[in-house]
Design a protein around this ligand. Structure first.
Ligand code: GDP
Ligand code: MN
Length: 367
């Protein structure tokens, strides 16, 4: 999960990386850090804020106040802007530097470009960067091979590398990285946290807990132990699914047919352990959205016993009392038993093993 810039920069600063003087503010008149000009930056956990109008360069205190007023409480790329970061604007060449976990390459991928900024993809063909083993000595050697002989730049990159390794980050990207002959300052921070490592990372956990509005999906996962990601707050189709790949496939299929899925879910049927609580919780999150029209249950069972799952689903639907239609596509072990249980306990529920039929019915009810 991507941290908002202000959290990312807090971690950069703790790692000894220079960031511009800045002040984050929610409501009220922004405090001006330094003599100006300033940049006012919407704090939402997405990339591409510059192109979306979430970054404003301001020459006067009045312009800062105006930009903050316009951005605060607006929506940017689907996120509510709850705060802005007001920074002293920096001047210098805009570089791009990133260190990323490359799962397929079993290592870290280093990418440095002397032309960064919002149009970084436009400047010539993308280079694959350099892959290196994920440990400090190899990383230092690889950085020396990739970076120009510029001491501040190399020093910053080494600190960024240690930060990534110590915090077990999936990505540490700085774009723009302002480079002058004598200094390097991080103009932006895109740090991606690995939630599966969070048990070892209390500092990251505290950052996530301090911003519940910015990180609702991560907080849900920390509290409940499974992934429910709201992908469209105005979505009409709730998904009760297990398996990340299958859930994503379903989202793609629905979107390709013009549907609006509300959420991604990997409920992990193997962890239900005889209790409907997790299903009830997921249904409750779906029911919070007034746009919900239909819930599609899709379970492809290998180890899971669908008979047992069907019993838990019936329990959960009784407790949740959802005001919308439910469609269940169930395939695999215990399928016959599941059909029998649901026919008896939830007669109104459409149960099918056919994906096309399930999708068609879902889209019809969502319309
Ligand atoms: P992003 O679009 O979400 O990656 O947000 P950034 O923080 O990277 O800001 C977008 C763009 O605004 C950058 O690529 C810069 O071109 C510009 N920008 C941001 N901060 C500064 C600054 O301090 N000085 C200058 N000159 N430009 C800035
Ligand atoms: Mn950026």
């Amino acid at each position: 999960m991507l941290l908002v810039e202000a959290d990312g920069k807090a971690l950069l600063a703790e790692a000894g990386i220079a960031v511009p003087p800045g002040q984050e503010t929610g409501i009220g008149v922004p405090v001006l850090p330094g003599p100006g000009p300033w940049v006012v930056k919407a704090q939402v956990p997405v990339g591409g804020r510059g192109k979306a109008g979430g970054i404003r360069l301001c020459a006067s205190p009045a312009a800062v106040a105006e930009a903050a007023g316009a951005l605060l409480a607006s929506r940017l790329a689907g996120h509510l802007v709850a705060s802005v970061l007001v920074e002293q604007a920096v001047l210098g060449a805009e570089h791009y530097l990133s260190l990323a976990v490359d799962p397929a390459g079993f290592g870290l991928r280093i990418l440095h470009l002397a032309h960064g900024g919002v149009d970084v993809e436009r400047h010539g063909p993308a280079t694959p960067g350099l892959l290196c083993p994920p440990e400090p000595a190899s990383l230092d050697a690889a950085l020396a091979a990739v970076l120009p002989e510029h001491k501040p730049l190399r020093d910053l990159a080494a600190r960024l590398g240690r930060l990534l390794l110590e915090r077990e980050l999936l990505l540490a990207e700085i774009n723009p990285l302002f480079v002058t002959p004598t200094a390097c300052i991080a103009g932006d921070a895109k740090l991606v946290v690995d939630l599966n490592a969070i048990a070892r990372q209390p500092r990251l956990r505290r950052l996530i807990e301090a911003r519940p509005d910015a990180y609702p999906d991560a907080l849900r996962k920390l509290e409940h132990g499974f992934d429910y990601v709201e992908i469209d707050p105005e979505g009409r189709i709730g998904l009760l699914t297990t398996g990340a790949g299958l859930s994503m496939m379903l989202i793609d299929e629905l979107v390709a047919r013009g549907g609006r899925p509300l959420n991604f879910l990997d409920i992990r049927t193997g962890q239900l352990r005889g209790s409907p609580a997790r299903i009830v919780q997921a249904l409750a999150w779906m029911a919070e959205r007034p746009s919900l029209r239909v819930v599609l249950v899709n379970i492809f069972a290998g180890i899971t016993d669908l008979g047992e799952f069907a019993g838990l689903l019936a329990d959960a639907l009784e407790q949740a009392a959802l005001p919308v239609k439910v469609i269940a596509r169930l395939v695999g072990r215990g399928q016959g038993e599941a059909v029998r249980i649901l026919a008896e306990r939830r007669p109104g529920l459409l149960v099918t093993e056919d994906l096309e039929q399930a999708l068609a019915a879902t889209l019809e009810w969502a319309a």
